[in-house]
Design a protein around this ligand. Structure first.
Ligand code: TXA
Ligand code: MG
Length: 331
């Protein structure tokens, strides 16, 4: 299959709509990461997503909507608290898990009785979803287990030949996936993101739980799988121990492994003379650049040493992705 890359305009949105309504897949930008979309009402289209990504089919997808009213077409028994979250934080980088209506097929929800609903902040994303006129089921547009794509070029790397169309929009401003918040009972954050527990608590006026043990019962199935792995080995140092990192780097270097240190700008000087990839000044910059950094580094270097010591909740959310990207290998 030939994969077209089209800038977002009236013509390409018309093409995207035709493809989605005829059961094909279209990749599209959001403010978090690029998504790989199918008509959420079309079971056989949704199945193509799992095939294109090599995604395990017990990992459910998010239904993307462009208007708040659409939530009531796909979800039922929406609690007052869930409504508050949707009113105050949508559109935004948050996904809310609700009880599903029958119109949403088991292929989208992996057989669960709940559906994850998200209205992206990105105007490009909403233009695409509106043009389709149906909710769009979409995971991130990477091959399963690879870093999420935050540019259309990264989507092309993974999806060339597998899908007919990539809508080429901006580089994703947030850079890590949405916060997933289960609102079917007491609020639980299943996946941390840039929409923090503090913000959610300020909207609800109560505490929210954060799922810490991925093997525990209330499960976001996605947290079980291998994630975000670059094609070369990678390790993480999360106490910013410059001495230890330097020794580790020098050893790899002497073995000809061509290492690189991935760190915030503030640390770059501490590794003067070594290969360093800067993630930016702030923790938000680091989140925005992280997945692109992994894809850049795997092409140029042979071993990635991630260095990060989060100071904020947004930083903690990035740390969650970093830990997965190294398969929990710390130094
Ligand atoms: O920012 C994002 O959320 C991006 C963009 C494209 O919107 N999408 C994304 O999709 O990250 P994906 O498939 O990579 O991650 C979806 C997460 C997975 O961890 C999945 O297990 C969880 O949401 N999820 C989906 N439906 C669920 C449900 N009914 N109950 C619990 N977790 C669910
Ligand atoms: Mg993903």
């Amino acid at each position: 299959m030939q994969t077209k890359i089209e800038k977002i305009n009236e013509r390409s949105l018309r093409l995207a709509k035709e493809l989605i309504l005829s059961g094909e897949l279209v990749a599209f930008p959001t403010e978090t990461v690029y998504g790989l979309g199918a008509n959420a009402f079309d079971e056989s289209a949704v199945k193509k997503i799992f095939a294109a990504k090599g995604r395990p089919n017990d990992n459910p997808l998010i239904a993307h909507i462009a208007r708040a009213e659409t939530a009531d077409e796909i979800a039922r028994d929406i609690s007052a608290d869930a409504r508050k979250i949707m009113r105050e934080l949508m559109p935004g980088s948050i996904t809310v898990v609700l009880y599903k209506k029958d119109v949403i097929s088991d292929a989208v929800t992996a057989g669960l009785n709940t559906v994850a609903v998200r209205m992206p902040l990105s105007a490009e994303a909403r233009a695409f979803i509106s043009a389709c006129g149906v909710p769009v089921a979409a995971p991130s547009a990477n091959l399963s287990s690879r870093p999420s794509p935050t540019t259309y070029q990264a989507v092309y790397e993974d999806m060339n030949g597998r899908i007919p169309l990539i809508l080429a929009g901006k580089k994703c401003a947030v850079g890590i996936e949405s916060t997933v918040l289960d609102m079917t009972g007491e609020p639980v954050i299943l996946r941390p993101g840039i929409v923090t527990s503090k913000l959610i608590e300020s909207v609800l006026g109560k505490k929210v739980k954060i799922l810490t043990d991925p093997k525990s019962k209330v499960n976001s199935p996605g947290v079980r799988y291998k994630h975000y792995a670059p094609s070369c080995p990678a390790v993480l140092n999360n106490n910013c121990d410059v001495e230890k990192i330097s020794v580790f780097y020098d050893k790899l270097n002497s073995e000809g492994k061509n290492p690189v240190i991935l760190c915030s700008d503030g640390f770059a000087d501490a590794f003067y003379g070594k290969n360093v990839y800067r993630l930016g000044k702030t923790e938000k910059d680091a989140a925005a650049n992280f997945f692109t950094a992994l894809r850049d580094c795997e092409k140029k270097y042979g071993y990635i040493i991630e260095v990060f010591c989060p100071q904020t909740e947004e930083g903690q959310s990035l740390m969650n992705r970093m830990i997965k990207s190294v398969g929990e290998n710390f130094i």
